[in-house]
Design a protein around this ligand. Structure first.
Ligand SMILES: [Zn+2]
Length: 287
């Protein structure tokens, strides 16, 4: 079974983890820009974006893994509008790098007014990026792909609603099929899927969903437009939680084509809307 890991922060993982992922069937990873555990200076962000676009793809390639990433100022550092302005000014040149899939993970952390403002600026940047790359193509040009972080449990429902409202305010400029809203749980997955967005479920050892709850959600709301990730980073997390979720689904009797869809084809379909993403959806043939 092959996997695409749709959300992992490899800059905080060891090279041994790349080998572990490769041995576990992972052929591609997608790494959203994230908080480092401390607030960085604008210059620190530029170094981080270089790490995501230059160093990590080379480290992943040693294990036959394609490394893709997303660029943004994460919501946890969006409170300082002056810093946000400086970091956003640096983002557009990185969007042209060959392993960048789009803008992310943007979103909300504490649902503040400044976080909302910076979220909207990022969305506008995704809309403008497509026009800039197409150099004056038609206004129907699709926006850059967007990956969205929803807040931690106590703020999640309110934050998800706010995010959906802000996206709606952009009208037809935003195509829900080109936006993935991550870290959904039982109380937010329906809102996200009903509005036509892609949903990501995150499986953590001590917070967020468990493999069992994730498979319950998959059974209740369907495997379409659904991705599963372990969001492994520098905190308590485990890159194999994606695989544990696949095993839970398999144990419950979900057939191979469904497993392949959720853990490989769905990320390939969502990311593949950017032609830079190479893995293509696969079919299983029973002989
Ligand atoms: Zn993340």
């Amino acid at each position: 079974m092959f996997f695409i890991d749709p959300h992992i922060h490899m800059v905080s993982r060891t090279t041994a983890d790349y080998e572990l992922l490769a041995l576990s069937g992972v052929v591609a990873v997608s790494e959203p820009a994230f908080w480092a555990g401390f607030d960085r200076s604008p210059a620190g962000f530029v170094d981080y974006f270089r790490q995501l676009t230059e160093f990590e793809p080379a480290r992943a390639a040693q294990f036959g893994i394609d490394h893709y990433c997303w660029i943004c100022l994460n919501p946890k550092e969006a409170e300082d509008l002056g810093k946000a302005r400086e970091v956003l000014a640096e983002i557009s040149r990185f969007l042209d790098q060959p392993n960048v899939l789009g803008i992310g993970e943007i979103g909300l952390n504490k649902n503040t007014a400044n976080e909302a403002k910076v979220f909207q600026q990022h969305v506008q940047m995704a809309i403008d990026a497509a026009h800039r790359q197409a150099a004056g193509a038609s206004p129907a040009m699709p926006h850059a792909l967007i990956l969205i972080h929803t807040p931690h449990l106590q703020d999640k429902l309110k934050g998800t609603r706010l995010i959906l409202e802000m996206l709606k305010d952009f009208g037809p400029a935003i195509d829900p099929g080109r936006v993935l809203i991550d870290h959904v749980e039982e109380h937010t997955i329906k809102l996200v899927k009903d509005a036509g967005y892609w949903a990501g479920m995150t499986i953590y050892p001590i917070s967020k969903a468990t493999p069992q709850r994730a498979v319950d959600m998959m059974e209740m709301y369907g495997p379409e437009r659904l991705c599963v990730n372990a969001a492994a980073d520098w905190g308590v997390s485990d890159p194999l939680n994606t695989h544990r979720t696949m095993h839970e689904a398999r144990r419950r009797g979900h057939p191979l084509p469904v497993l392949l869809d959720v853990f490989y084809n769905n990320p390939a379909r969502f990311f593949g809307q950017n032609p830079r993403f190479k893995p293509k959806p696969m079919q299983v043939a029973m002989l």
